[in-house]
Design a protein around this ligand. Structure first.
Ligand code: GH3
Ligand code: MG
Ligand code: MG
Length: 187
């Protein structure tokens, strides 16, 4: 019974399709990493990835291949060189987040570049995309957390950067540094 309960507890934090963390788990990790970064006085970076033209992919190849694509991409996210899969989560349908504790904006950009290259490297055919293969857009936000601040700032920053990446044509990475609770600067 104890083991069953433990298993159920673990499952509540896992996305069943891809096996990475779910949003609930990410939100908890984010709270604790925020507190740690505050105490250690280090930066915290977040990548927010969204697959490009994924509705067209589903429409063209079917939902099942769409699901397979999501699994492959999740595999690249946890298979990278960041040494931990603790901070990779599926945030929504075709959206993933990667939390990078104690990581500067420059290092986060390098990590995002490697992830984007790994996704393109899968060479998943997408004939309805202008890129011909499945790609992702990525927003990066970096903050030096303060006790009075909120993880929401970081998520909003990464989401804003992602929106900019989409607007500028997709399959690209954009970066924002969150300066304080209410002030952001687009790099
Ligand atoms: P953009 O480049 O602007 O991101 O365009 P998009 O088509 O990727 O974005 P949009 O938000 O219009 O469509 C997202 C699609 O993701 C729609 C939905 O069918 C698909 N999707 C969401 N969750 C799942 C899932 O669990 N499995 C599959 N196969 N598809 C999913
Ligand atoms: Mg989306
Ligand atoms: Mg999309």
């Amino acid at each position: 019974m104890k083991q069953v309960n433990q298993k159920l507890g673990e499952l509540a934090f896992i996305d069943p399709l891809t096996g990475v963390r779910n949003r609930r788990s990410f939100d908890e990790t984010m709270e604790s990493e925020w507190a740690i970064a505050c105490a250690m006085e280090v930066e915290l970076s977040l990548l927010y990835l969204d697959i490009d033209f994924f509705k067209r992919f589903n429409d063209t190849y079917g939902h099942q291949l769409g699901d397979e694509c999501l699994r492959s991409i999740a595999g690249e996210l946890v298979g990278g060189d960041r040494g931990s899969e603790n901070c990779v989560a599926r945030y929504g349908g075709e959206e993933f987040v990667v939390l990078l504790p104690a990581m500067s904006a420059e290092s986060a950009q390098a990590t995002a570049g490697r992830i984007a290259a790994a996704i393109s490297g899968l060479k998943i055919l997408h004939k309805e995309s202008p890129f011909g293969i499945v790609t992702a857009s990525c927003g990066i936000a970096t903050v030096r957390p303060t006790a009075g601040g909120s993880p929401r700032e970081l998520i909003r920053g990464a989401d804003d950067a992602l929106y900019a990446a989409k607007r500028k044509g997709r399959a690209r990475i954009e970066k924002i540094v969150v300066l304080s609770a209410y002030l952001t600067r687009v790099l």
